[in-house]
Design a protein around this ligand. Structure first.
Ligand code: ATP
Ligand code: MG
Length: 553
C-alpha cells in the first residue's frame, strides 16, 4: 500500500480526532501514548497499538509518548523495558518522551490522599476474599464494607501507615467510594492501592504500597496531557471509572479514552502471559524464537518493519472483534521480500550430479541478476563446474504425473545456466540414488535449445564452489486456529513447527551475507541469516515465509 493510500484509509478514531481538531478541542493538539507493561516482549498485537498511537500522532503533527506501565513489580524487568524500546524503534517510531508510571508514584499518592480528604476513598480491612464476596454479581448488587463509613481522619492515618510499612501485605487496601449497587462492577468501590512488599526495578524498596492500574492509568494520561487515550475494547467497561477519577481530582487535563478491537491472529497467541509460559517452559527457544509472534521473533525470522506496518494498516481499526488469518500477515512480508530481497540459490537436500562432457578443471563464472525486476540491484557471480548439486526432489526415476523436473533420459534447464540431460542413475548397494551422470548442451546458456522444448527449470549450486549451511524451516506454532479455545493451549502446539536441515549448500556469493540479511532462495522460499547462531563457517538461515501460501486450501 502506498503512503498516500495510508493517509486516506479511514477509521473511526481518525474521524473523532479530525472532529476534535476542527472544534479546537485541546487547542487542536494531538498527544497519544503507547503504554506497555514491561512484563514480557512486545507481540504483533502491540504492533497494532503502536502503529495506531504513533501513526495518529504523526498524522496530526502531534506527539506520542512511550510510557511503561510499571506498577506490578513482581513480573516486570529492565530486560523487558529494553526489549520494548528496541522493538518500538525497530518498527520505525520515535517517542516524544519516555515516561514510567513509577515516575508518578509520589503524585499518585498525593492524589489518593486528596480522594480520601474529599470523602471519595477509604481504607478497607476486608480480605481479598471478602471483597470478592461483597462485590455481588452481574445480577445482584454488592454489599457495603463496614469500613466504608470510616472517618476521613482515620482513613488518612491508616493510609499513611500503609505507606509507612506499619501493616502486613493484604491487611488493608485503599478503595474508591463509588457505588456498591452500580450495574457496572468496576464501579463497586474498586481498589486503588494495595500493600505489597516487593522490590521495584526502578524505585527499589522506597514503596510498599502500589497503585492499581485503573487509578494509575488515567492520572498518568492526565499528567502527560494525553488528548486521546487509545486502548483495547476490554477497557470499555473501565471508562466510567477512568472518568470518575479524573472528575473527582480535577486534574489539569482530562484525556478522552477511546477503545478499539484487539488484534486476534489465527494459529498463534497474543497474550504476554501465555507467551511467557511458552518461553519459561521451553516450548520455544526464547522470546525471539522465530516461531513466536513477538516483534523480536518476527525480526529474527526475517520480517521487515515495513511489512509489519503494512499489515497493521491492512487490518484497520474497528470497534468489533474479529479474527485475522495468518495469511494476511504472511502476504505482507511475502510482497515486501518479493519486491526487495536479492535472489540466491540454495539446495536443501543435495543430490550429486556429474556433467560428463564438461572439462574437469573448468569453472565458469556466470553473471546473474540479483533481482529479476530490479537491474539496479546489480548482479552476482555464480560458479558453474563439472560437479553440481541439485535437490533430491528435483529428480524422479518414476515421475508422478506432470513432473516437469529431471527424469532419467530427460532434459531440464539449470536455473540461469545450461540445459542438461540425464544419462545414467548411480545407486548404492541399498538401492538409494547417490549420483546422476549427465551431459550439458554448451549452446544453451541464455538461449533456447535447438529443435526441442525444455520446460523444467531447477536450481543448483556447484559442489566445490558452494557453502555448507543450516536451514531452519518454521511452520505455525499451533495446529488450531484458536489455541485459546482449547482446554490447555499447550496441547495445540504443532510438534512439527521446526524442521532443521543441516546438509544444505548455498551459492558462493552468500559468503558475504551478514546477520539479518534477507534472500529469496529461488524456488525454495524467503530466508534470513539468523542473528544469533549463524557463523561464517556454518551460516544458518531462517525461513521467513514460503514462496506461496501453502496453507491455502
Ligand atoms: P497482554 O495480555 O499480551 O499482556 P496487555 O494488553 O496486557 O496484553 P500491555 O502491555 O498492557 O499488554 O499493552 C500495551 C498496549 O498494547 C495497550 O494499550 C494494549 O491495549 C495494547 N495491546 C495489547 N495487546 C493488543 C492486541 N492484541 N491488539 C491491539 N492492541 C493490543
Ligand atoms: Mg497488561
Amino acid at each position: 500500500m502506498s503512503s498516500t493510500e495510508n493517509q486516506t484509509a479511514s477509521n473511526f478514531i481518525r474521524h473523532i480526532i479530525t472532529k476534535d481538531i476542527s472544534d479546537n478541542k485541546n487547542n487542536g493538539k494531538v498527544i497519544t501514548r503507547f503504554p506497555p507493561e514491561p512484563n514480557g516482549y512486545l507481540h504483533i498485537g502491540h504492533a497494532k497499538s503502536i502503529c495506531l498511537n504513533f501513526g495518529m500522532a504523526a498524522e496530526y503533527n502531534g506527539d506520542c509518548n512511550l510510557r511503561f506501565d510499571d506498577t506490578n513489580p513482581e513480573k516486570e524487568s529492565i530486560e523487558f523495558m529494553q526489549s520494548i524500546e528496541r522493538d518500538v524503534n525497530w518498527l520505525g517510531f520515535k517517542w516524544a518522551n519516555k515516561h514510567h508510571a513509577s515516575d508518578y508514584f509520589e503524585q499518585l499518592y498525593t492524589y489518593a490522599v486528596q480522594l480520601i480528604k474529599s470523602g471519595d476513598a477509604y481504607v478497607d480491612s476486608l480480605s481479598a476474599e471478602q471483597i470478592r464476596e461483597y462485590r455481588g454479581s452481574l445480577t445482584e448488587p454488592g454489599k457495603e464494607s463496614p469500613d466504608r463509613s470510616r472517618t476521613v481522619e482515620d482513613n488518612l492515618a491508616l493510609f499513611a501507615g500503609m505507606r509507612n510499612g506499619d501493616y502486613a501485605d493484604g491487611q488493608f487496601v485503599l478503595r474508591a467510594k463509588i457505588d456498591m449497587a452500580s450495574p457496572n462492577i468496576n464501579m463497586r468501590d474498586p481498589a486503588l492501592y494495595r500493600i505489597r512488599r516487593v522490590h521495584h526495578q526502578r524505585t527499589g524498596d522506597t514503596w510498599c504500597v502500589y497503585p492499581m492500574y485503573d487509578f494509575t492509568h488515567c492520572i498518568s494520561d492526565a499528567i502527560e496531557n494525553i488528548t486521546h487515550s487509545l486502548c483495547t475494547l476490554e477497557f470499555e467497561a473501565h471508562r466510567p471509572l477512568y472518568n470518575w477519577v479524573l472528575d473527582k481530582l480535577q486534574t489539569p487535563s482530562h484525556p478522552q479514552q477511546i477503545e478499539f478491537a484487539r488484534l486476534q491472529l489465527e494459529y498463534t497467541i497474543v497474550s504476554k502471559r501465555k507467551l511467557a509460559q511458552l518461553v519459561n517452559e521451553n516450548h520455544v527457544n526464547g522470546w525471539d524464537d522465530p516461531r513466536m509472534p513477538t516483534i523480536a521473533g518476527m525480526r529474527r525470522a526475517g520480517y521487515t518493519p515495513t511489512a509489519i506496518r503494512d499489515f497493521c494498516e491492512r487490518i484497520g481499526i474497528t470497534k468489533k472483534d474479529s479474527w485475522i488469518e495468518m495469511a494476511v500477515l504472511e502476504n505482507c512480508i511475502r510482497e515486501d521480500l518479493n519486491d526487495n530481497a536479492p535472489r540466491a540459490m540454495a539446495v536443501l537436500e543435495p543430490l550429486r550430479l556429474v556433467i560428463e562432457n564438461y572439462p574437469a578443471e573448468q569453472v565458469e563464472i556466470l553473471e546473474v541478476s540479483t533481482h529479476p525486476q530490479k537491474p539496479e540491484l546489480g548482479t552476482r557471480k555464480i560458479p558453474f563446474s563439472k560437479v553440481i548439486l541439485i535437490e533430491q526432489d528435483d529428480f524422479a526415476e518414476i515421475p508422478p504425473a506432470k513432473f516437469k523436473r529431471l527424469i532419467a533420459g530427460g532434459e531440464v534447464r539449470l536455473r540461469s545456466s545450461y540445459v542438461i540431460k540425464c544419462k545414467e542413475v548411480i545407486k548404492n548397494e541399498a538401492g538409494d540414488i547417490v549420483e546422476l551422470r549427465c551431459s550439458y548442451d554448451p549452446d544453451t546458456l541464455g538461449k533456447k535449445p535447438e529443435g526441442r522444448k525444455v520446460k523444467g527449470v531447477i536450481h543448483w549450486v556447484s559442489e566445490q564452489q558452494s557453502l555448507p549451511a543450516e536451514l531452519r524451516l518454521y511452520d505455525r506454532l499451533f495446529t488450531v486456529a484458536n489455541p485459546d479455545s482449547e482446554d490447555n493451549f499447550l496441547d495445540a502446539i504443532n510438534p512439527n513447527s521446526l524442521t532443521t536441515l543441516t546438509n544444505c549448500r548455498v551459492e558462493a556469493s552468500l559468503i558475504s551475507a551478514q546477520p539479518s540479511d534477507r534472500f529469496q532462495f529461488e524456488r525454495v522460499g524467503y530466508f534470513c541469516v539468523d542473528s544469533v547462531d549463524s557463523t561464517t563457517e556454518k551460516p544458518v538461515f531462517n525461513r521467513t515465509v514460503t514462496l506461496r501460501d501453502t496453507w491455502a486450501k
